[in-house]
Design a protein. Structure first.
Ligand SMILES: Nc1nc2c(ncn2[C@@H]2O[C@H](COP(=O)(O)OP(=O)(O)OP(=O)(O)O)[C@@H](O)[C@H]2O)c(=O)[nH]1
Ligand SMILES: [Mg+2]
Length: 400
């Protein structure tokens, strides 16, 4: 699963990416700082099961800090866009092509309205961030419409004359865009458009279908950034009326906190509501900046919001959940003796065999049953895995 960080140019996308991945990318107060997308690893935050079992864990594919499991995931920081990108304006298709790979989108908006339509910085309160959301929706939809329209007549012929399947034909046309057949069927159901009359659809019908499809295939969370600035609070309220999950955030504040942790100045885990001073060699200036973040962001909003954006994207939009496979249910360990070494992200509603496949295709093929480490009960393929289950897979090859 890959999540793309998108939005108008100069809203703080790279700051968000850097705060999450700690990859030093270029951040500047000007449009089009990022041209080539940055790809990196960020972390999701989930309460670790080590506390439930009262054991000291030795994580391998993830990190555990004070009972909080940080689970690695992939993130893409995409070039910014300006209105007309779908027609090639600004960096145009450069941005749009990178969206192809994304399964969900984090839309970083300047909630303070301190960047104009073209991404030039302006006084807070001068740009309506609601317009930024509307325009990004429109840009992505128009770009997709353009792709579909290229072959529209052929597609209509396949369905009308050759009685081909519309869902198959459209999914095929959109291949390589991380859009699945189920997404297309669901978009048709929601719009109520009739496939039998596809040749009579208007441009608006097609736009309606495609924007609905985009919302299903590439769900979006709004990261309402720059909440440290004036006007953000009232704009956040208005952004919440658009029907997307909205998380107020201060990417710059999160980046400063993460860097202060790296320098050993404070202790802070992403997503925390406060930090603790660790070093006595902290300068007055460093303290002043940290105290501003504390009062303007942490105390006022409850956190910097950056971690919550990540968790919303993977747990709510993509409906993933963490599950812990182990080989020994007594020691909760793998064959190397590592305790609760791995956590896997798996779609909600998955069964133990699907977990086995995620670990290794052989293990899925030879799956016999699973065992729940909490209840010691045997679980068949009909069992629906729960969030934070600790599971042993029994296979014909007797390996996990
Ligand atoms: N006040 C404030 N400024 C921020 C925040 N996050 C980012 N910025 C500033 O916004 C400006 C743009 O940041 P970038 O991260 O480069 O923005 P971008 O969206 O990647 O921009 P492009 O790559 O040019 O499209 C920089 O001056 C950042 O310091 C924040 O939370 N608050
Ligand atoms: Mg950037």
């Amino acid at each position: 699963m890959l999540v793309g960080v998108v939005g108008k140019t100069n809203t703080g996308k790279s700051t968000f990416f850097c705060a999450v991945t700690l990859i030093p990318v270029v951040i500047e107060n000007r449009p089009f700082t990022t041209i080539k997308a940055n790809r990196g690893i960020g972390y999701l935050r989930s309460p670790c099961v080590c506390g439930d079992f009262n054991v000291k864990d030795t994580p391998s594919n993830s990190i555990c800090i004070d009972g909080i499991r940080l689970i690695p995931i992939e993130l893409l920081d995409i070039a910014g866009l300006v209105p007309g990108a779908w027609q090639g304006k600004g960096l145009g298709n450069m941005f749009l092509d990178d969206i192809r790979k994304a399964d969900a989108l984090i839309h970083v908006v300047d909630a303070a309205g301190a960047t104009d339509e073209e991404g030039q910085s302006s006084k807070p309160g001068t740009r309506d961030p609601v317009k930024d959301v509307e325009f990004l929706d429109y840009e992505i939809s128009m770009w997709l419409v353009q792709i579909v329209k290229k072959d529209w007549r052929k597609l209509v012929q396949v369905v009308d004359v050759m009685k081909g399947n519309f869902v198959d034909a459209l999914t095929d046309r959109l291949s390589g865009l991380s859009i699945k057949k189920a997404h297309v069927s669901e978009a048709l159901r929601r719009t109520g458009l009739e496939v039998e009359h596809v040749s009579k659809w208007t441009d608006n019908d097609l736009l309606n279908l495609i924007s609905t499809l985009r919302k299903i295939a590439k769900p979006m969370v709004i990261a309402a950034n720059k909440i440290d600035l004036p006007f953000a609070e009232e704009n956040v309220k208005r952004l919440r009326e658009l029907g997307y999950p909205v998380v107020p955030c201060c990417c710059e504040g999160e980046l400063i906190l993460r860097r202060a942790v790296e320098r050993g100045l404070i202790s802070y885990t992403p997503g925390d509501k406060d930090f603790i001073y660790k070093s006595t060699s902290i300068t007055d200036e460093q303290k002043r900046v940290l105290e501003i973040i504390r009062s303007k962001v942490l105390f006022k909003w409850g956190s910097t919001g950056v971690q919550q954006v990540m968790d919303t994207a993977f747990f709510k939009l993509l409906q993933m959940m963490p599950v812990y496979p182990v080989e020994d249910i007594e020691a909760l360990a793998d064959h190397k003796g590592r305790v609760l070494p791995d956590v896997f992200l798996i779609p909600q509603g998955s069964n133990p065999r699907q977990l086995a496949y995620l670990i290794h295709s052989d293990l899925g093929d030879t799956f016999i049953y699973a065992v729940d480490a909490r209840t010691k009960k045997r679980l068949g393929e009909d069992y629906v895995l729960k969030e934070r289950d600790v599971i042993k897979i029994i296979s014909a090859k007797a390996r996990t």
